[in-house]
Design a protein around this ligand. Structure first.
Ligand SMILES: [Zn+2]
Length: 195
């Protein structure tokens, strides 16, 4: 265990000040034979590449209802969301989505098809949501969730949802359900230019 409680820790900014290989200050430069600015170590030669991160989650369906979780953590504390979170090293997207669901709702699920792939270049993320069948109404939400609750589709709290990726994923689910055909929807959201 660590000497501090959870509130002490925060995700470090993506820009690095010091080289993780040798501890020297980094320089912001375009490396030879590259086209982009990188964090370079002029002491040991390490190039500290930064790449987008994946957020993986599910749309958990129990009959005519969808399972949503109320966030117990920032950002968007208190808002309703689909079970989702950052993919971990060494897991597949499906394994990550299932793990996040286990952590946030505790519902037993079976993952089905991929529903949405959402590019969010303004925050350097790609969000992937799988359809998932909920196998039991027994829930066991973890510390990141205030409460988990099943909603009739007509009662989804649209104004109290956490993120545009969640809202648009639920919209695609409802449209596909009405048509009776589930497809994979790939689109981009740019938070700098909200529509
Ligand atoms: Zn270095």
């Amino acid at each position: 265990m660590t000497p501090h409680d959870a509130s002490f820790y925060f995700p470090a900014p993506r820009t690095q000040k010091f080289c993780s290989q040798c501890g020297h200050l980094l320089s912001r430069l375009i490396p030879p034979d590259d086209t982009r600015m990188r964090d370079l170590c002029e002491h040991c030669g390490a190039v500290h590449y930064q790449n987008p991160r994946n957020v993986v989650g599910i749309v958990p369906i129990w009959g005519d209802q969808v399972l949503l979780c109320r966030r117990a953590i920032e950002p968007r504390l208190g808002k309703w969301t689909l079970p989702a979170g950052f993919m971990e090293l060494g897991e597949t997207t499906e394994q990550g989505a299932a793990r996040e669901n286990q952590e946030e709702s505790g519902a037993q699920i079976r993952i089905q098809s991929l529903l949405t792939v959402v590019d969010v270049p303004s925050v350097n993320q790609v969000h992937l949501y799988y359809l998932a069948e909920v196998l039991s109404d027994q829930l066991d939400p973890g510390p990141e969730t205030i409460e988990a609750q099943f909603f009739d589709l007509a009662d989804i709290p649209w104004k109290e949802l956490s993120f545009r990726t969640v809202t648009t994923t639920l919209e695609h689910y409802i449209q596909d359900r009405e048509r009776g055909v589930y497809e994979t929807h790939h689109y981009a959201i740019d938070f700098r230019f909200p529509d």
